[in-house]
Design a protein around this ligand. Structure first.
Ligand code: CAA
Length: 384
């Protein structure tokens, strides 16, 4: 259930909306072309407290709730989806994992600078041969005295090149399945840790996605996050929050596509009148708006459950599943409404269409969300 937004949530939404549309949006198209990492924007986001949004003030964060966070994130996605995904992984996966599973020393050492936006966080779970099934990852972390020695390759890591700190999962017990996985915090510049070349992606072009390579990379024991064997639980817990964030990104892009379509349909004339007068266009706009509203409610409901400290795993997957599939339908309709102009890069809907495509894939495919949801509904695990 979603209750009325609080004054504070409305204030944050309105502040971020103004900022995103005035500062971030005007250069989004250019960034998509140049693939330049939005470092300057992220610095401004940090100044506004948006890089440690749900981190308490005692750790230099803004202490906002999850509802305010998803409202803010969808406003950033409205302006620039590439900037939004960096903000999303940093906040909902990296900061939250350290807040929840880190020791006091780790929070002082890593969470505080992350929350201030001094450097950006990344999360490395996926591997070349372990995507939907991260329990079969093979990156190893061998204990050697007061260090772990990491070896292996992580794949498709958001902010892989630009992150100052990466949470990496690796097998401390190769014989065990998920219980053999541990999590480590690895700083940029640690010997034996390098980022591969940037992937040449279809969308989200200004956010870097790279391999991360670990070759005899020595990590002090004090930089292990959680106990040995807790890495999979840390990752799954983080992904619950991350998935609400993908719903927020989807919502922002979909709303931008709808707004662009409404503007275009009112301006574009054919057969002697604006195309917004035609029922074929009006029905598309009605369907787009309805689906966006449904996704918004699912997103807010999952975030509110999180704020109430209820188990929101299934609701996060529902919000992610519906919103990410919704934005693909909505951006396709937006492109159709724009006709030939939708297919060229002078109009933003072409970028929205490309940016949205990965939302049904990363942080768990639509198929994985259906596994999570059906497990919850049936109260019975699927047999792989
Ligand atoms: N919260 C806490 N713990 C959880 C959990 C959750 N939501 N879901 C599962 N667990 C725990 C279980 O309780 C279990 O623990 P115990 O054995 O101690 O009881 C353990 O995890 C294993 O659970 P399962 O046996 O159910 O796990 P599984 O191996 O069958 O996999 C899965 C379940 C849902 C398929 C999971 O593997 C999954 O989510 N896969 C998709 C991975 C994914 O989303 N990858 C995205 C990469 S990150 C990314 O894209 C980030 C980016 O850069 C943008």
């Amino acid at each position: 259930m979603v209750s009325k937004l609080t004054d504070e949530q409305i204030m944050i939404q309105s502040m971020v909306r103004d900022f995103a549309r005035e500062v971030i949006l005007p250069t989004a198209m250019e960034r998509d072309k140049t693939r330049e990492f939005p470092a300057a924007n992220l610095k401004k986001l940090a100044e506004l407290g948006l890089m440690g949004m749900m981190v308490p003030a005692e750790y230099d964060g803004a202490g906002a709730d999850a509802v305010a966070y998803v409202l803010a994130l969808s406003e950033i996605a409205y302006a620039c989806a590439s900037t939004a995904v960096v903000m999303s992984v940093h906040n909902s996966i990296v900061c939250e994992s350290i807040l929840r599973f880190g020791t006091e020393d780790q929070k002082q050492k890593y969470l505080k600078p992350l929350a201030r936006g001094d450097f950006i966080g990344a999360f490395a779970l996926t591997e070349p041969l372990a995507g939907s099934d991260p329990s079969r990852q093979t990156t190893s972390a061998r204990r050697d005295g007061e260090h772990y020695v990491l070896n292996g390759t992580k794949r498709f890591i958001t902010t892989g090149k630009n992150a100052g700190l990466v949470i990496v999962t690796a097998k401390t017990d190769p014989a065990a399945r998920h219980k053999g996985i541990s999590a480590f915090m690895v700083k940029k510049g640690t010997p034996g840790f390098t980022a591969g070349p940037m992937e040449n992606k279809m969308g989200l072009c200004a956010s870097d996605t790279t391999d991360l390579i670990f070759e005899d990379c020595r990590i002090p024991v004090e930089d292990r996050l959680g106990e040995e064997g807790m890495g999979f639980t840390i990752a799954m817990t983080a992904l619950d929050s991350g998935r609400i964030g993908i719903a927020a990104q989807s919502l922002g892009v979909a709303q931008a596509a709808l707004d662009a379509s409404v503007k275009y349909a009112k301006e574009r004339e054919q057969f002697g009148q604006p195309i917004s007068k035609f029922q074929g266009i009006r029905w598309m706009i009605a369907d787009m708006a309805t689906e966006i509203e449904a996704a918004r409610q699912l997103m807010l409901s999952a975030a509110a459950m999180k704020d109430r400290k209820e188990n929101f795993t299934a609701q996060a997957s529902m919000a992610k599943l519906f919103a990410s599939e919704m934005v693909n339908r909505v951006t396709a309709k937006a492109l159709q409404i724009h006709g030939g102009y939708g297919f060229i890069k002078e109009y933003p809907v072409e970028r929205f269409y490309r940016d949205a495509r990965v939302f049904t894939i990363y942080e768990g495919t639509s198929e994985i969300q259906r596994v999570v949801i059906s497990n919850h509904i049936l109260q019975d695990k699927r047999a792989f």
